[in-house]
Design a protein around this ligand. Structure first.
Ligand SMILES: C[S@@+](CC[C@H](N)C(=O)[O-])C[C@H]1O[C@@H](n2cnc3c(N)ncnc32)[C@H](O)[C@@H]1O
Length: 317
């Protein structure tokens, strides 16, 4: 029989385990697509966004060559890899090039490149992997580390999209597609105008798995048709458009907006009750943890007292 202090200790340990369990499982409750991603083996909930956009636009039908920009941890590459293997005919090769600033755990059939897509050297490497061949689709789920300063976040997101579009003009075959994350901010119509120069069909889509509370959406550009005499050039500032066209009309374009994914399916803004533990619900670990998360160096610095030293220095000044 345990003594009273021992019983107290056991009780507090049990409560700590319950608190840890609830803490972790509450994310499963609040974010149904996070839970489903773990259950279905996707590295990130973003997989559902690409799948729902594809359901609406059939973008991956017949595709055998793809570029995944800003790919880590790799759930879009997983979707691409699954679909491209299904699509390829006998004797045909599927090719996927995935690029990110962060290292990514290997995926079968996916060529990986660690680099910054806004840098010429990274773009050159991607282009060289295609070695004269052309991709059927380029996707980009790039997002900067959000600062909370909305204008700044929208601006950086737009720069990522333009870098992705520039790379796309080098590697996409005529008739191919380009899908990219956008933030629907105040200057979005300028970006639409830029995209319309290269693609006659541009649609803004919002998959069910992307929260309504977020300004995130996905631009779907189809039927790549570059202007006559256009020569891809990484140095070209694509966004250098006058605010008015030659006839004095506003140079801003509005494109159709489509909500996609099963509208009766899971709502990403809702919290869902979990099935009772042991009766169908098991708390699962993420499929693939980050290899070198950007926050790790900050944690190490904090442990070594780096930030305290900085504060002391500032106070001493
Ligand atoms: C939302 S995550 C992508 C998730 C990914 N599509 C998936 O399904 O796993 C955004 C990624 O953009 C990457 N990123 C941001 N800026 C970048 C840049 N300039 N060059 C390359 N990757 C970048 C980040 O490192 C991050 O991994």
């Amino acid at each position: 029989m345990a003594s009273q202090p021992e019983r107290n200790l056991i009780q507090s340990l049990e409560s700590a385990v319950v608190v840890m369990y609830l803490g972790k499982s509450s994310k499963d409750k609040r974010d149904v697509y996070y839970r489903l991603a773990k259950e279905q083996g996707w590295r990130a909930r973003s997989a559902f966004k690409l799948m729902q956009v594809d359901e609406e636009f059939s973008l991956l039908e017949g595709v055998t060559k793809a570029v995944d920009l800003c790919a880590a941890p790799g759930s879009w590459s997983q979707v691409l890899s699954k679909r491209l293997v299904e699509n390829k005919k006998e004797g045909q090769e599927a090719k996927i090039v995935a690029v990110d600033l962060q290292a990514m755990a290997p995926l079968p059939g996916v060529i990986q490149l660690q680099g910054d897509i806004t840098k010429q050297s990274t773009a050159d490497q991607i282009i060289s992997y295609f070695d004269g061949e052309k991709a059927d689709i380029v996707v980009c789920d790039g997002a900067p580390d959000v600062t909370g300063l909305h204008d700044m976040d929208e601006y950086i997101q737009a720069q990522l999209l333009l870098a992705a579009l520039n790379i796309t003009t080098h590697v996409l075959r005529p008739g191919g597609s380009f899908v990219a994350k956008i933030f629907r901010g105040k200057d979005i119509t300028l970006l639409y105008t830029q995209l319309k120069i290269f693609f006659p069909n541009v649609t803004c889509s919002k998959p069910r798995s992307s929260r309504n509370s977020s300004i995130e959406a996905f631009i779907v550009c189809q039927d790549y048709t570059p202007p006559k005499d256009y020569v891809p050039n990484m140095g070209t500032p694509l966004l250098d458009l006058p605010p008015m066209d030659e006839q004095g009309r506003s140079n801003r374009t509005i494109v159709p907006f489509i909500a996609c994914g099963d509208l009766c399916g899971f709502d990403s803004d809702m919290t869902y009750a979990l099935p009772v533990a042991g009766e169908g619900y098991k708390l699962l670990k993420p499929v693939q943890g980050p290899i070198t998360a950007p926050y790790l160096s900050a944690i190490q610095k904090k442990r070594k007292g780096f930030f305290n030293e900085q504060v002391s220095k500032k106070i001493g000044q």
